[in-house]
Write a protein that binds this ligand. Structure first.
Ligand SMILES: Cc1cc2nc3c(=O)[nH]c(=O)nc-3n(C[C@H](O)[C@H](O)[C@H](O)COP(=O)(O)O)c2cc1C
Length: 488
């Protein structure tokens, strides 16, 4: 049976509670049986590659001691510079390995895996371990973990660093923003925002067991609407936790994905981190000139929410110079070529055949990852359809600029559609269709006939908003950014 003595010793050294009892023993046994872990000096059995399990330890890959019993000092972490980088957010289901590889080919520089639950990783679930796998093209790749307690964080950090397929990730990201009940009920995700002391123990435990791999944290601005809270502890306390960066999504947990992200708040917290001031969310002001535009060397702050154009990215960085960079989420799903636009500082009026080519490239990457047998084809199709449930929302630039006032933000542009959207070609019209039947037809252009029984229902409730400027049809929530997706 694998023993977590190393990670637990780190917890004790840090004063982080180690919850004993049967649950811990059960987890250790489960991992051992699933072959996800090895006791020191013992080879772990191979996990099936197709399932994305961690690589086996063989004579040619020397066994490394899995855990440091002395907490890694934060200064041991390799430097990680996010400044100005094009960062694709962690995106459950849709931010899968083939999609991330597609985004990298289009200019994304930093990528992060889908949220992996500590409980599932520690239970040795191959599907969860598959989430820790990177594509060779992902040059700066993070594994995101959700843990509700310090001891689970310590164990899972040590396990991921030692057993991540393809070697340790470039960083470990702790999820403290996931709004879904399933995660919050386990005290992980956004639930940690209500317990900063427990969040601190999770962060310190992960940092202590990360063996020099930089650790980042992803939060929302608070738990309850109207009660922004992270400014109370990020600028004052979190700077000493050993984190390389914190990403602040400018919405509350209660808000989920509705209404616009609050960049003013995100920018003020970044400034306070830089100034090393007491919290308060008050922002600048006074007679002091603004500090030089670079992030705090102590803790980089990344802003997230509603980045849909390269103008949005540049506008936020100009308005909030203490931010290291922005994080791109739904904007990258709707138009993954946003990363090209950011890199080249131009808007790309991409044609329908070029978009179909991206669909085809995603499918090639999918078949290479999930397999090109019947099962691999249908898995690729399913994830393609999930992506198309976002991608169809793209409103071609050429159509937009003719009809909409130029001062609209990217989010407003994405939220406005004139039903039905008639493209400049039949293919462009089909690519804009909100009908899942049309998405299946698009998949058939590349992957061949779908099973007759296929009835696709997107996992995430990505809503198309049928709104003409100044008028709503009443059934779909409202304008830009007012979705109600349930995600990590
Ligand atoms: C489909 C989807 C899946 C997501 N999955 C995750 C996730 O696994 N982990 C996470 O930290 N955030 C997740 N998020 C939140 C995003 O990373 C991001 O913080 C949020 O969408 C705000 O950015 P946006 O307004 O640009 O979409 C997800 C969001 C969406 C839409």
């Amino acid at each position: 049976m694998y023993d977590f003595a190393g990670a637990d010793a780190v917890c004790r050294a840090l004063g982080v509670e180690v919850r004993g009892g049967r649950a811990a023993g059960k987890r250790a046994r489960a991992m051992d049986e699933a072959g996800q872990h090895q006791a020191p000096g013992r080879d772990a059995p191979a996990a099936p590659a197709a399932a994305g399990g961690p690589p086996p330890t063989t004579a040619s890959t020397p066994a490394t001691p899995p855990y440091h019993e002395t907490p890694a000092h934060p200064r041991e972490a390799r430097p990680l510079d996010f400044r100005g980088k094009r960062y694709l957010a962690p995106l459950t289901t849709v931010g899968n390995l083939p999609f991330r590889a597609l985004a990298v080919s289009l200019g994304a520089e930093v990528t992060c895996g889908e949220m992996a639950l500590a409980t599932q990783l520690l239970a040795g679930r191959p599907g969860e371990w598959a989430l820790t796998k990177r594509h060779p093209s992902e040059a700066c790749f993070g594994v995101q973990i959700a843990a509700g307690y310090g001891d689970a964080g310590a164990r899972v950090a040590a396990a991921v660093v030692a057993h991540c397929p393809g070697g340790p990730p470039d960083f470990l990201d702790i999820n403290a923003g996931c709004p879904i009940d399933l995660v919050c009920d386990k005290q992980a995700g956004a639930a940690l925002l209500r317990k900063p002391a427990r969040l601190e123990s999770v962060v310190r435990a992960v940092v202590g067991c990360a063996a020099g791999v930089p650790v980042t944290l992803k939060v929302r601005k608070g738990y309850d609407d109207g009660k922004d809270s992270v400014h109370e502890w990020i600028p004052t306390r979190a700077v000493s936790w050993g984190l390389a960066a914190v990403t602040i999504h400018g919405r509350s947990r209660e808000q989920r994905y509705t209404r616009a992200a609050d960049w003013g708040y995100v920018g003020r917290v970044a400034e306070e981190v830089w100034m090393g001031r007491e919290g308060g969310g008050g922002g600048s002001g006074g007679d002091q000139p603004p500090p030089p535009p670079r992030p705090s060397p102590l803790l980089q702050v990344i802003g997230g929410g509603d980045v849909y154009t390269f103008h949005d990215h540049e506008r936020h960085l100009a308005a909030y110079p203490h931010l290291a960079t922005t994080m791109v989420a739904r904007g990258g799903l709707i138009k993954p070529w946003l990363f090209t636009e950011m890199a080249e500082r131009r808007e790309w009026d991409i044609s329908a055949p070029e978009r179909l080519d991206l669909v085809s490239r995603f499918c090639s990457l999918g078949l290479a990852h999930w397999g090109s047998d019947g099962r691999g084809v249908e898995t690729t199709r399913r994830f393609l359809l999930e992506w198309l449930s976002y991608a169809h929302r793209y409103v071609p630039l050429g159509l937009l600029s003719e009809r909409l006032p130029p001062e609209l933000t990217g989010a407003e542009r994405m939220g406005l559609r004139c039903p039905p959207l008639a493209g400049r070609s039949e293919l462009e019209t089909v690519l804009a269709s909100p009908d899942p039947g049309d998405w299946v037809r698009i998949s058939e252009l590349v992957l061949g006939p779908a099973p007759a029984s296929l009835r696709f229902v997107p996992k995430h409730k990505s809503k198309s908003l049928y709104v003409v400027p100044g008028k709503r049809d009443g059934s779909e929530g409202g304008g830009g950014g007012e979705d109600d997706e349930e995600n990590g």
